[in-house]
Unconditional design. Structure first.
Lengths: 102, 102
């Protein structure tokens, strides 16, 4: 059984981390590296990510990219804990990565 | 007088570094942080940078951004030295930063 403590909330989050993402503490972040064949595919992913951010109003805290990769960091919101908003955004970004280019 | 040695070439590059950029060695890079008032301005700069890259075929080696800043790193080309191509790209990126939004 898991109560409503902070530690418990964190344990629950860890169990729910979307595929490919890693959760880290102090400050709590979710991070994932997305790898691409070339600049074109990387650019398409970045454009889709920008469109997603405009649509949802949620922006990753940090994005680091070069021609063949994009590292994304999602930081916790106001409460200092990773929550449903960050997990949801991570899932949506995963969906962009899986989406065939077109 | 400055000859054609590697050290001399590097000294010349240092003297020519575009405004706001910093040159570092091992590996030789040019790096600059661009700061913005908000995500909209940051996004506009990133879009202009992507358009510049598509037009010129020159891509910064690394871009790291969040809602109010963009850190750009230009790495040396094939010869392992910063050259005219990197200085030129840095100047062009500076021009994007100075350009009024619209």
């Amino acid at each position: 059984m898991c109560g409503n403590s902070t530690a418990c909330a964190r344990a629950n989050i860890m169990a729910e981390v979307p595929q490919g993402w890693e959760a880290r503490g102090k400050p709590p972040i979710l991070t994932r590296r997305f790898v691409f064949d070339g600049y074109g595919a990387t650019r398409a992913f970045l454009d889709a990510l920008a469109a997603l951010s405009e649509k949802t109003g949620q922006h990753p805290q940090n994005i680091n990219f070069a021609s063949t990769y994009v590292n994304i960091t999602l930081e916790s919101g106001e409460k200092g804990e990773l929550g449903a908003a960050e997990l949801d955004l991570a899932e949506k970004i995963n969906a962009l990565y899986l989406q065939p280019e077109g």
